[in-house]
Ligand binder design. Sequence first.
Ligand code: AMP
Length: 209
Amino acid sequence: MKIIILGIPGSGKDTQGELLAKKYKIPLISTGDILRHAMAVHSPIGKKVAAYIKKGILVPDKLIDRIVKARLKHKDCKKGFILGGFPRDIAQAKELQIITAIDSVIYLTIPKKEVIKRVSNRRVCIKCGKEYNLISSPPKKPGICNKCKEKLIHREDDKKTTIKRRLEVYKKQTKPLIRYYSKKSILKKIDGNRPINKIFNNICKILEK
Ligand code: AMP
């Protein structure tokens, strides 16, 4: 199972990716999470990418390609993997094609007005990357991660001006991937504007067909 989850920011890529990873016992590789973690621990990569992330623009392809390539070499990816947030443009997709073949691309759709609602209510654990939504899936204890008991934050790039920029970047750079993968006949379009478990069951059915 080599899967990509594609979708506009806030479409539920990480939420569905986590559920799929648990069910099929394959890793979720979320490039956003990897980069945020690198920033949190002030690693050299974290320092390099911070300015891009703050502005809401993509980090350079070469850097992200290198990170993903190294991650996919890990033993835990042998049975398969879920890529969330990668590829983000055609150049990354072409690079990925050189590294490995992909079986399915799950394309999560949500109405644009839903995006702002979701990202303004999204909170994330800076330690483990787990995401919460203050309305649909709040943490048990306000402001604290259920899993690792760390503090939750409202991502700087989920705030109003930066999310606007990220949506522009999505339209210009990431959206062309829909055509790219649909031409390869591996794109599966899923209505992401439903309860989490309904979307999840729908994805599993499609993957197990
Ligand atoms: P995400 O959590 O997937 O929304 O990613 C947050 C930010 O990390 C993006 O706005 C980009 O700045 C950066 N990022 C994540 N994945 C990629 C990628 N595949 N290519 C370039 N930049 C990325």
